[in-house]
Write a protein that binds this ligand. Structure first.
Ligand code: AMP
Ligand code: GLY
Length: 425
């Protein structure tokens, strides 16, 4: 099987790494790391005709689209129209991520639990609303904002500032519609469901660490690390999520004439009582969650993605019983100044041999001038694998400590909730 992965971040490196044992993999554009498991093609994800040409030239069986932007721009529609198979939703179905207002409407119609939201297109109306509501609120741009469009506001003043910034164009057109949302208490969970539009297969649940600093302090980022599986995501909870969140959403999308194929990512808040509520939907794998979910659950991945992409009759795999417990933790190494103003260009030194039980995924790296250098906000992801979170975290740290670049920013406490839980029990 010949598979093209579109994108060039840590998630796409993880996809190439997971697919290459059973397939010939290409990556557009990829990064210096994907070269170890794929052939990089120098085509941008936004260049749809370039992607189509590469698919024809390389005789690709199907294309897996990593990031949200090309999905929202209709890359799957263009591939399908040219007679090619693709794993990922169409432009219409990708609205579940590209428009938070659309996602809220789908959830309301489907009866999916989520935070109460008010949607505004007029700044003064939004400010008037905030003036009469002083509980913690979350202010969000409706459109795509690279994971940075939500501001959790502890005061009215903060909410007003966030509204003014978004209406002044901080996120461009993505901020034309703005959501003011009830703050949900609880623990976040990322759940990825592979789906052909009707049937689902849930991968191990993971937990991202969005804040820049240890103890979950500092600004929201694209994600500073993740681990999987998460012990609060019991089989019973995952079944509830499938029945109360994923399936009703898929049915509603199908009823609207926009069936959803690909991976549906539910970003959830699980309350103290154990009830799940949707924070957001994404139309792709999470980054950095893919860097922990795929290393522990990639068996048969190429076949699964192929069946979904090609529209073959898909039989979701049965969970394999009695597998030895495998836990993965990934630590993101970011550039100094991330997320506001990442400094690029610093040379990177990698260890000549990776410590055991680790995988290094590259993201914001470049070696066009012959030296591996920092080229983006999140630079590398150090995944450690082990029987439990402390062992996997220690492996991840061994790898982080073996990588050098100036001003490397990272958290040492990825998985702290799980470690605290284990300590308490
Ligand atoms: P989003 O862009 O919707 O994924 O939001 C980014 C992050 O903001 C989420 O991962 C949460 O940490 C936080 N967040 C967003 N909405 C809410 C909410 N309603 N309640 C609590 N936290 C939220
Ligand atoms: N890790 C958050 C995201 O992929 O959106």
């Amino acid at each position: 099987m010949r598979i093209l992965v579109v994108g060039g971040g840590g998630r796409e490196h993880a996809l190439c790494w997971a697919l290459f044992p059973t397939a010939t993999v290409f990556c557009a554009p990829g990064n210096p790391g994907t070269r170890n498991c794929a052939t990089n093609l120098s085509v941008k994800p936004s260049d749809h005709s370039g992607i189509l040409e590469a698919v024809r030239r390389e005789n690709i069986d199907f294309t897996v689209i990593g990031p949200e932007a090309p999905l929202a721009a209709g890359l799957v529609d263009d591939l399908n129209a040219a007679g090619h198979h693709a794993f990922g939703p169409t432009q219409a179905a990708a609205q579940i991520e590209a428009s938070k207002a659309f996602a809220k409407d789908v959830m309301a119609k489907a009866g999916v639990p989520t935070a109460t939201t008010h949607i505004f297109t007029d700044e003064q109306e939004a400010l008037d609303y905030v003036a009469t509501h002083d509980e913690p609120l979350v202010v969000k741009a409706s459109g795509l904002a690279a994971g940075k469009g939500a501001v959790v506001c502890s005061s009215r003043e903060e909410a007003c500032l966030a509204l003014s910034a978004i209406f002044a164009g901080r996120f461009g057109d993505a901020g034309r519609e703005v959501l003011v949302e009830q703050f949900l208490e609880g623990e976040e969970l990322s759940v990825f469901a592979l789906t052909d539009g009707e049937n689902t297969f849930t991968l191990p649940a993971s937990q991202d660490h969005k804040r820049l600093k240890e103890k979950d302090l500092g600004p929201n980022t694209g994600g500073m690390g993740a681990y999987a599986p998460v012990s609060i995501a019991t089989e019973i909870l995952l079944e509830r999520i499938d029945k109360e969140v994923i399936k009703p959403t898929l049915r509603e999308l199908a009823d609207r004439g926009t069936p959803y194929r690909g991976v549906l990512y539910a970003g959830l808040m699980v309350s103290k009582e154990g009830d799940p509520s949707v924070v957001e939907f994404n139309c792709r794998f999470g980054d950095p969650e893919a860097q922990v979910v795929l290393p522990i659950a990639s068996q048969g991945l190429a076949d699964q993605l192929w069946s979904i992409a090609s529209g073959e009759r898909w039989a979701p795999p049965q969970p394999i019983a009695a597998q030895p417990r495998r836990v993965a933790v990934t630590t993101v190494m970011a550039a100094p100044g991330y997320p506001e103003a990442p400094q690029k260009g610093a040379p990177i030194t990698l260890p000549s041999e990776l410590p055991s039980d680790t995988v290094l995924f590259q993201a914001g790296t470049d070696d066009a001038d012959g030296t591996l250098r920092v080229s983006g906000g999140r630079v590398l992801c150090a995944t450690g694998i082990g029987p439990d979170v402390p062992t996997a975290l220690a492996a991840s740290h061994r790898l982080v400590d073996a990588v050098e670049f100036e001003g490397k920013v990272f958290r040492r406490d990825i998985g702290w909730r799980e470690i605290a839980r284990a300590g308490a029990s």
